[in-house]
Design a binder for this molecule. Structure first.
Ligand SMILES: [Zn+2]
Length: 415
């Protein structure tokens, strides 16, 4: 973590400022703190691999004790739950390598981690809607400066979207150390990551951000009222033109897989005490993205349409530019390269290459089959275009396929 991030960090329990305890073990390289102990008035927290661990679960206090004892390697193993010695050694080897990928780490952590579909995340229907909404809302409110935070952001796929929108690095917060470690290393390099619990007060000062979001996780939060209050507190920067986004949260009125504990539209609305939220059914936003835009946030979905939609997007912002139609942006992130979507299998005949859409299994098709609405079943290209792509060049022909998500801009070390 950057030493300057201590300006926005606060203890989740006493609200006090935190200092690096320089009398205890720490490793610092210029402005970057790699490992160490942070102290406030009520307790101490560990920093492991540049990530402050701002809660007091059993693993985090054990990891903090390892840091204090000068063993940050054991702290990281603890936070990754690597109890098996051979697995831990293999993990350390991959973590030390400068050429390892996100997929290598996922492979070492085993099938219980992340599920199997991370590879296809950047073109799944939930992601493409969230990406468009984040670009529209965060792009609008951050155009005059300010900082963004992705709360419960997991392994940082949408933090990556935020990274192109501000000069200051976005902050990614999540309960799971392993996920934000992956984000910092691979998905959204350069983000600041903070390990904390979305069911507790968030460890940041009031007004530290102009944009705060929680996407695809809110239905799993028990203390929903507190979290909305916390997100509103984080964007209370005195200007009053920030935005709060709760993206892809499930709907109490319509069942969906991994349902969580969702609320109805009225239940969600009641969580917002200081701001007036607008609630969208995701189906309308998805249709906007599939037809190539604009993403129309000026719409007012009917109560019936919202009740019938399994997933909702909730936006609260006084900024006049937010609730308007937004052209879709495909501006690539700072880090990464264009590659063929891994859902396609290539077959070459002479100078032509045919790309065929192939799902990894039936479960994927059941859950994400709506991607057929934008991913063509089959597409033929000049082999020279794909050769140019391998050299990092995007021909005019392939540029159109970026909009279809046949060609994706992926992190450099993804798979
Ligand atoms: Zn404290």
């Amino acid at each position: 973590m950057q030493i300057s991030s201590l300006d926005i960090l606060r203890c989740p329990y006493c609200g006090g400022r935190l200092e690096l305890v320089t009398s205890l073990f720490h490793r610092r390289d210029g402005d970057e703190i790699h490992d160490g102990i942070l102290g406030c008035q009520c307790c101490i927290f560990g920093i492991v691999d540049g990530i402050p661990v701002m809660h007091l679960g059993d693993d985090s206090t054990a990891a903090r004790d390892h840091v204090q004892a000068g063993r940050p390697d054991l702290a990281r193993r603890t936070l990754f739950s690597l109890a098996d010695a051979a697995q831990a050694a293999r993990f350390d080897e991959i973590a030390a390598s400068t050429t390892s990928t996100y997929r290598d780490v996922v492979d070492v952590l085993g099938p219980s981690f992340e599920g199997g579909y991370f590879l296809y995340r950047f073109s799944d229907p939930t992601y493409i809607v969230a990406d468009a909404v984040v670009r529209a809302v965060a792009g609008t409110v951050l155009s005059g400066g300010g900082r963004a935070i992705d709360v419960c952001g997991g392994s940082g796929h949408l933090t990556r979207t935020l990274s192109g929108l501000t000069s200051e690095p976005p902050v990614l917060a999540d309960l799971y150390f392993s996920k934000i470690w992956l984000a910092r290393r691979f998905t959204s390099p350069g983000c600041e990551a903070v390990c904390c619990d979305g069911n507790s007060p968030l460890p940041f000062r009031r007004g530290a951000f102009r944009y705060a979001m929680c996407t695809d996780a809110f239905m799993f939060i028990w203390t929903k009222r507190q979290l909305v209050g916390e997100l509103a507190r984080l964007i209370d920067d005195g200007r009053g033109d920030g935005a709060l986004l709760v993206g892809h949260t499930h709907n109490e009125r319509t069942w969906s897989p991994s349902h969580g504990q969702p609320l109805s539209q009225d239940g969600y609305r009641d969580l917002f005490e200081t701001m007036e939220p607008r609630i969208f059914g995701e189906a309308g936003l998805f249709a906007d993205v599939v037809k190539g835009g604009p993403l129309d946030l000026s719409r007012h979905d009917s109560r019936d349409a919202i009740d019938a939609d399994p997933a909702l997007t909730i936006i609260a912002s006084p900024h006049p530019g937010v609730f308007a139609p937004h052209a879709l942006s495909h501006k690539p992130a700072a880090d990464g390269a264009y590659r063929v979507n891994p859902l396609y299998v290539a077959e070459r005949t002479g100078d032509r290459v045919t790309l065929r859409l192939r799902f990894p299994d039936d479960d994927y098709e059941d859950e994400y089959g709506a991607c057929r609405e934008y991913l063509p079943a089959e597409i033929a290209l000049d082999a020279s275009a794909l050769a140019a792509l391998a050299d990092g060049r995007l021909t005019t022909e392939l540029r159109g396929l970026v909009e279809r998500r046949v060609i994706l801009h992926l992190p450099s070390r993804y798979y």
